[in-house]
Every structure is written in structure tokens, then in C-alpha cells.
Design a protein around this ligand. Structure first.
Ligand code: HEC
Length: 161
């Protein structure tokens, strides 16, 4: 029993230090934490805790190698922090705009397509790791990115790699 508890503690510590973010599944998130802007019209979307956890898992799997803790390796001026997302053209600080980015990423000023430069689901030939992503996966991962700043105050912070 004590041994099991010890292993559980070690496992969560390993998860915490490998991802930098406490697992969302460790707690049932309240509704305010799970509610995020859907689009730019003021509508909101509310994810379930399971959806947030699923999004976090996919993010840790596919995105942390460049976006650990919401920062952006090689160009942290374009972090996943809310201010940077809001400043993009079009602004990316809502669920549908982030889903759109994963379908068709564009440069920060919106001028250039990054289909050949940033992971997306439109070019499975270039990004096979995302080829099994479902629409739900996209929503969950996008939702997680908007909720993560509430779970980790250093999300997207200015600590450079
Ligand atoms: C190989 C490294 C790499 C991987 C893997 C990666 N990204 Fe990125 N990401 C970048 C870079 C670099 C930028 C900045 C692009 C630019 O200059 O506009 C970026 C930008 C972004 C932006 C725009 C941020 C803003 O402020 O406008 C989002 C959203 C994003 N990535 C999400 C993701 C998600 C979700 C995943 C996982 C499915 C992912 N990225 C995987 C390197 C990566």
C-alpha cells in the first residue's frame, strides 16, 4: 500500500518535471476554468475535464518538443501565451482560430502560409504524426492551449530556451 502510494507520487513527479505542467486530470476542473472563447463574437465553449486532459496529452505528445510550457523554441516572440495569440493576424486567442491554425497555419502577420513549415493536418505527407488527428482531437488540443495559462502561470512566459 505504502509502496503503491510512493510509486504514484513518483509517477506524478516524473510527469510534472517532464512536461512542466501538472496533469489536468489530477483535479476536476471547475466550469469557469473549462470555459474559453469560441470565436471573436463573445461566444464561449466549455470543455469537459476529460477533453482538457485529452488535449493536454496530445499537446505533450506532439507539441512540447517546440512549445514546452507554451513557449516557442526558436521564436518566443510567437509564443502560445494569450497576449501573443491575441496579437496574431488573425487573432488566435479563441478555439476556432486555433483549430484553423492546426488546419492551415499562417505567419504571425497572416501574410504567408506555413503549411510546409509548421505541423498541420492538411499535409499528412509532411506531418504524418498528425494524420490520425480527428476533429475532436483538434478541438481538445486547441481548448487545452487556451486553458493551460490558467493551470500554469508561467505558460508562454519570457524564459527563453
Ligand atoms: C518543430 C517545432 C514545432 C512543433 C513540433 C510545433 N510547433 Fe507550433 N510553432 C512553431 C514555431 C517556430 C512557431 C512560430 C511560427 C511563426 O514564426 O509564425 C509556432 C507557432 C505556433 C502557433 C501560433 C502562435 C501565435 O502566437 O500566433 C500555434 C497556435 C502553434 N504553434 C501550435 C502548435 C501545436 C498545437 C503543435 C502540436 C500539434 C505545434 N505547434 C507543434 C514550432 C513548432
Amino acid at each position: 500500500m505504502v509502496k503503491n502510494l510512493l510509486w504514484a507520487a513518483i509517477a506524478s513527479l516524473v510527469l510534472f518535471f517532464s512536461t512542466g505542467v501538472a496533469p489536468a486530470s489530477a483535479v476536476e476542473l471547475d466550469e469557469a476554468t473549462r470555459s474559453i472563447p469560441l470565436d471573436t463574437t463573445g461566444k464561449t465553449a466549455t470543455l469537459t475535464t476529460q477533453e482538457v486532459t485529452s488535449g493536454q496529452r496530445l499537446f505533450n505528445l506532439q507539441c512540447t518538443k517546440c512549445h514546452l510550457q507554451g513557449k516557442t523554441k526558436t521564436n518566443n516572440n510567437v509564443s502560445l501565451g494569450l497576449e501573443d495569440l491575441a496579437g496574431a493576424e488573425p487573432s488566435r486567442d479563441n478555439l476556432l482560430a486555433l483549430v484553423d491554425y492546426l488546419e492551415s497555419p499562417t505567419s504571425y502577420d497572416g501574410e504567408d502560409s506555413l503549411l510546409e513549415l509548421h505541423p498541420n493536418i492538411t499535409r499528412p505527407d509532411l506531418y504524418p504524426e498528425l494524420k490520425n488527428f480527428t476533429k475532436d482531437d483538434l478541438y481538445n488540443i486547441a481548448g487545452y492551449m487556451l486553458i493551460a495559462p490558467r493551470l500554469d502561470q508561467r505558460w508562454g512566459g519570457t524564459i527563453y530556451f
